[in-house]
Design a protein around this ligand. Sequence first.
Ligand SMILES: Cc1cc2nc3c(=O)[nH]c(=O)nc-3n(C[C@H](O)[C@H](O)[C@H](O)COP(=O)(O)O)c2cc1C
Length: 327
Amino acid sequence: MTYAASRFSVAPMLDWTDRHYRYMARLISKRTLLYTEMVTTGAIIHGKGDYLQFNEQEHPLALQLGGSNVQDLAHCAKLAQERGYDEVNLNVGCPSDRVQNGRFGACLMAEPKLVADCVKAMRDAVDIPVTVKTRIGIDEQDSYQFLTDFVGTVAAAGCNDFTIHARKAWLQGLSPKQNREIPELNYQRAYDIKRDFPQLDIGVNGGITTIEQCLAHLQHLDGTMVGREAYSNPWLLAQVDSKLFDERRALLSRAEVVEQMIPYVEAHIAQGGRPNHITRHMLGLFNGLPGGRRWRRHLAENAHKPGCTAQVLADALACLPEEALIA
Ligand SMILES: Cc1cc2nc3c(=O)[nH]c(=O)nc-3n(C[C@H](O)[C@H](O)[C@H](O)COP(=O)(O)O)c2cc1C
C-alpha cells in the first residue's frame, strides 16, 4: 500500500465536527478527510435549517447520514452530491436511544439486508463513494461471523469502503459516552475483515491518539479515523500530511492558524453569529504548550460575552509566550 492510497479522517462527531471545527481543521491539514456530524434524513427533508451547509475550503468532505428509509437515504445522498460533498457515509454505529427509536445507527447491524438495500439505493442515486461506518458487533451479537455476514451482505450491495469502530455497541444499559470506553477495543477484528475481504477498503476507528498508532494500523488496513483526540488536540492534524502522506509542504504555525481564523470569525459575526460558536472548537489548539491554559481560559471566559468581536482571538494570542507562538 502506498501512502497516498491510505486514508486519514476525523470522525463524525455530533456538536463537535460542525462546519466551524472543520474550517479550522482544514487550515491544519490538507489531506485529512473530514466528516460532518451525523445528519438525519428527517432533518434534511423536513427540517427548517440548511443542514448541508459547508464552506468550500472544507474539501475533501464527507456527509454522514443517519436513517434507514431507503428512498429518503437515496434522496439525501443525491442532495449531498448536488451540493458538492465528496462522499456520503451511512451511520451504522451510533448506540443512543434516540437513534434506536428512529431505527438507525448501530441497531442496523442486526439488519444487514436493510443496510444493503439502503446502500444500493444510495449507490444508484450518486457517483460519489457511498461508505459505511459500523461497529464490530452489537450486544450479544459479537461473533466474527456476525461481522463478516454484515460486511459481506453490505459489500455485495456495492459498498467498497467501511470504517470499523473496533468496539461493539451496547444498545441497552450504557450511555453513548460510556460506550466509547467500554467494552474493550478489538482491532484484530478489523484486521481480520481486511484479510478476508482484501478487495474492500477497510479503515479502523476507536482509541487512536497518535500518528504512530495510525502508522501501525496501516500495516494491516487502508485507513484510520480519529475522533476525540482530533477534537481535544487538533494540532495532531499538523502531522498528518507529512507523516501519513509524505508531503513536504510548509505548515502554518498555530498562531498563523489563529490569524487565519480571525476573518472567518468576523464573517460569522457579520451574519449574526457569535465568536464562541467558533472559538469553542479552538480551546485545545495550544494544548501541552506553555500558556495553553491561559489561551483556553481567555476564550472560555470572554468569547460568549455580548458584543465580543474577533479581537478575542488576538487577545488570547497575546496571553501566550513567544515559544508557543512559533510552535
Ligand atoms: C461528542 C461525540 C459525538 C459523536 N457523534 C457521532 C456521530 O454523529 N456519528 C458517528 O458515527 N459517530 C459519532 N461519534 C463516535 C465517533 O465518531 C467515534 O466513533 C468514537 O468517538 C470513537 O473514536 P475515538 O476513540 O477516536 O474518539 C461521536 C463521538 C463523540 C465523542
